[in-house]
Design a protein. Structure first.
Length: 650
């Protein structure tokens, strides 16, 4: 059932640009005069946690029709033992039952030392996992994007209402698309977490974090270990009766491989930086730690380099490090961070600095030989658009790898000697000017090692994604240390106090308008760019697509594209401003916060069609190229500040 309601401080999922850059979803206290559509599961989850029934305006129930579809028996992997009869079986539950059986057999093979058989069974259970996810949810919300060249096309957009828009990117539903039904799958998952939250609150518990299908409960002060474990087991047991699978296996399962050690419960500690960025560990005698699980969120692009040597002061992982959460260099980062947070001392013995306002620890990744190397990752030429974009790279073929490097970091430019001391003699076409305003990633052909990257750099083979210009060998490359300096101070934008310490509260938000954002998969790369301080070209990074040329201003953190619309001969069309920007006016000064970096203020005015008018003129003002205090603002034609956002903090 779908429900339309006017929320008044109700606890509901809300997707918004919490950080001002990318869309994300979070459970927030939502208030809106605009009636919003939610699933009944989300409404029930709100009632469970707030005790209030929202103001419901309308409800729509989806009921099955009388038409019957003829089905056939399916023998997965060509084996009769893996047969599914859709006339009797529920596809999803049957696939999960088969996966459970295979995983149990896989564990037996591992215990018997038959690694080859265990690997084969692991492949089967992974295939069944993908099959369950795609058939139970993926095909129901499948939307394929198709880009058209030429003039902007009229497009009917179906969201809260139906509107006519113009563009070149059309979303076409897949053959089994059923959007309304597909929304119930994630909503049911949110309801299960809401139930767990309510059951925990009834027992005096709270949680440190929760993910798509898990929740980490915390023991309050004054509650004994045995009482705490009994409460957790009671919460998990409550869900067992809801299990739709054969034999009623638990669907909210106690993770013994994380909570226990040598068959007995062991005190488990949690450190969290932001959503999906956390670690679980045990404290050991002698001041050491045993990492039980850690997150590699935001580090996946850089994770597969070889040659890392673990520092001598960090103990070896107690098991396969990949099973703990990622490569060994990420394990070492977390170990040093945990020790610094627990002892209040950095790896070099200096006191751990803290924010003077919030008291939050300001831990920075220590510099070593591994992190001093250039940051890079491999991009697979897996789409026609990528092939068209990079086919001129020597040796490039569809399916090959492209080596991508992040944008040159502003601190690298400032500290490279490319700017003079006073900063007044920098020309618009100088190398420093271009780097400070470009924000574009670099690319070259496939590089297997750091040595290959250095060789390509010295040979002048690195090009900027934005305009394919070669990067001069005199410009230092952005290193892994540059990329990771803010990893352990990353703010949780979805929290009421993003820089807070301890348990963070949910936001109270008021909905002013609803925006249809379309398909999200093409924005995943943009999220990766935010994590890695780089962008990977054009449409793949979520940039709008229109006919004709594009006038673009770039910052080191993100792109700001100025689109102008005009009415021509009674027909509405989308046009971009002609590439006739005025020469920017520059002013350099020291950062006001005393960090020692230069701050640059510029102003550019674009004109549409070569004719200047108040309606078609925009001014863009970029402020602060300081790596720790960067912001930007968009200025109206009359010069008043329209909006401003903090793009980088600490």
């Amino acid at each position: 059932m779908l429900v339309r309601l006017r929320p008044q401080n109700d606890l509901l999922p809300a997707r918004a640009r919490y950080d001002g850059l990318t869309y994300n979803i979070g459970q927030q206290h939502v208030t809106s005069r605009i009636p919003l559509w939610y699933t009944l599961a989300d409404v029930v989850g709100s009632v469970l946690r707030t005790g209030r029934v929202p103001d419901i305006v309308a409800a729509v129930e989806l009921v099955p029709g009388e038409e019957r579809v003829t089905t056939q028996h399916i023998a997965l992997f060509g084996r009769a033992a893996y047969t599914i009869d859709l006339a009797q079986d529920d596809l999803f539950t049957r696939v999960i039952d088969l996966r459970t059986e295979i995983k149990a057999t896989m564990k037996q093979a591992k215990a018997a030392g038959n690694e080859a058989e265990a690997a084969r069974l692991d492949g089967l259970q992974q295939a069944l996992k993908l099959l369950a996810n795609s058939t139970a949810y993926g095909v129901l919300v499948e939307v394929n994007e198709k880009a058209y060249s030429g003039r902007a096309l009229p497009i009917d957009v179906y969201a809260l209402d139906t509107r006519r828009r113009y563009g070149n990117l059309v979303e076409q539903p897949g053959p089994y698309f059923a959007g309304a039904v597909g929304t119930f799958i994630p909503a049911a998952g949110r309801l299960l977490l809401a139930l767990a939250e309510r059951l925990a609150a009834d027992r005096g518990l709270t949680y440190a974090m929760c993910d798509t299908d898990s929740m980490f409960f915390t023991r309050p002060d004054g509650m004994g270990q045995e009482t705490f474990r009994a409460h957790c087991q009671a919460i998990a047991a409550w869900f067992t009766e809801l299990s739709p699978y054969t034999g009623k296996p638990p669907i909210f399962e106690y993770e013994a491989d994380v909570n226990d050690w040598e068959g007995a419960p062991a005190p488990l500690y949690f450190v969290g930086i932001s959503a999906k960025r956390y670690a679980l560990f045990n404290k050991l005698p002698g001041g050491s730690y045993r990492l039980r699980k850690f997150s590699s969120h935001g580090l996946g692009l850089w994770g597969r380099r070889t040659g890392f040597v673990r520092p001598s002061h960090i103990p070896a992982p107690w098991t396969d490090v990949e099973e703990l959460g990622g490569p060994e260099w990420v394990y070492s980062l977390w170990y040093d961070a945990i020790r610094a947070l627990e002892t209040g001392r950095l790896p070099n013995g200096q006191p751990l600095p803290r924010d003077l306002t919030t008291g939050a620890p300001q831990y920075r990744v220590p510099l070593d030989e591994w992190l001093a190397a250039p940051a890079y990752y491999q991009l697979t030429i897996s789409t026609w658009e990528l092939w068209q974009r990079f086919q001129d790279v020597p040796g490039m073929r569809p399916g090959n790898f492209l080596t991508v490097l992040p944008a040159v970091h502003p601190s690298v430019v400032v500290g490279s000697g490319l700017l003079d001391e006073e900063g007044e003699d920098v020309e618009d076409d100088s190398l420093a000017w271009q780097l400070l305003h470009d924000g574009s990633a670099l690319y070259t052909g496939y590089c297997d090692t750091v040595v290959d990257v250095h060789a390509a750099h010295q040979a002048g083979q690195l090009r900027r994604v934005g305009d394919d210009q070669r990067l001069s060998p005199e410009v230092p490359l952005t290193t892994m240390a540059d990329m990771l300096q803010g990893y352990f101070t990353h703010a949780e934008a979805k929290a009421a106090n993003s820089q807070g310490v301890g348990l963070l509260a949910r936001r109270h938000i008021t909905v002013e308008r609803v925006v249809a954002i379309g398909k999200e998969s093409n924005r995943l790369a943009l999220m990766a760019a935010e994590e890695t301080f780089g962008t990977v070209g054009g449409h793949e990074m979520g940039a709008p697509r229109v006919s004709g040329k594009r006038w673009r201003l770039s910052s080191p953190k993100t792109w700001l594209t100025c689109w102008l619309q005009r009415v021509c001969r009674g027909r509405r069309s989308t046009t971009c401003a002609k590439a006739r920007p005025r020469r920017p006016r520059r002013h350099w000064r020291r950062c006001r916060r005393g960090c020692g970096y230069w701050t640059l203020t510029t102003r550019r005015t674009s004109s549409a069609g070569g004719r200047r008018s108040r309606q078609n003129s925009w001014q863009i003002r970029w402020v602060a190229i300081c790596s720790e205090h960067r912001s930007y603002g968009r200025v109206k034609p009359n010069g008043k500040l329209r909006s401003g956002r903090n793009l980088w903090h600490g």
